[in-house]
Design a protein around this ligand. Structure first.
Ligand SMILES: [Zn+2]
Length: 90
């Protein structure tokens, strides 16, 4: 565990404060679909493990979900989102 007594993590890229076992950088969060969903994208690195991408979704009506993705999987999902958005606006 990265025990920190001050507010900042020793890793400069990490946005977490205080004690934490997973380093995390919050890349984006957005309120979506008629303000009913909060969607987030993070870089996460549990202690001793490689970095990965987290895709999170939360709403008032469902339990929050966090999907963990390998970087190449996140790129594939990102490309699919762009393609789907383009098709949805045609
Ligand atoms: Zn950290």
């Amino acid at each position: 565990m990265t025990a920190t007594t001050n507010d900042e993590c020793v890793l400069k890229w990490c946005n977490e404060a205080g004690e934490h076992r997973t380093h995390r950088q919050y890349v984006m969060s957005s309120v979506c679909w008629h303000r009913t969903w909060l969607v987030g994208v993070n870089v996460a690195q549990p202690e001793g493990e490689p970095r990965r991408v987290e895709f999170t979704a939360a709403s008032r009506w469902a339990a929050p979900v966090a999907v963990t993705l390998q970087p190449d999987e996140a790129e594939a999902v990102g490309q699919a989102l762009i393609e789907a958005a383009a098709r949805a606006t045609r």
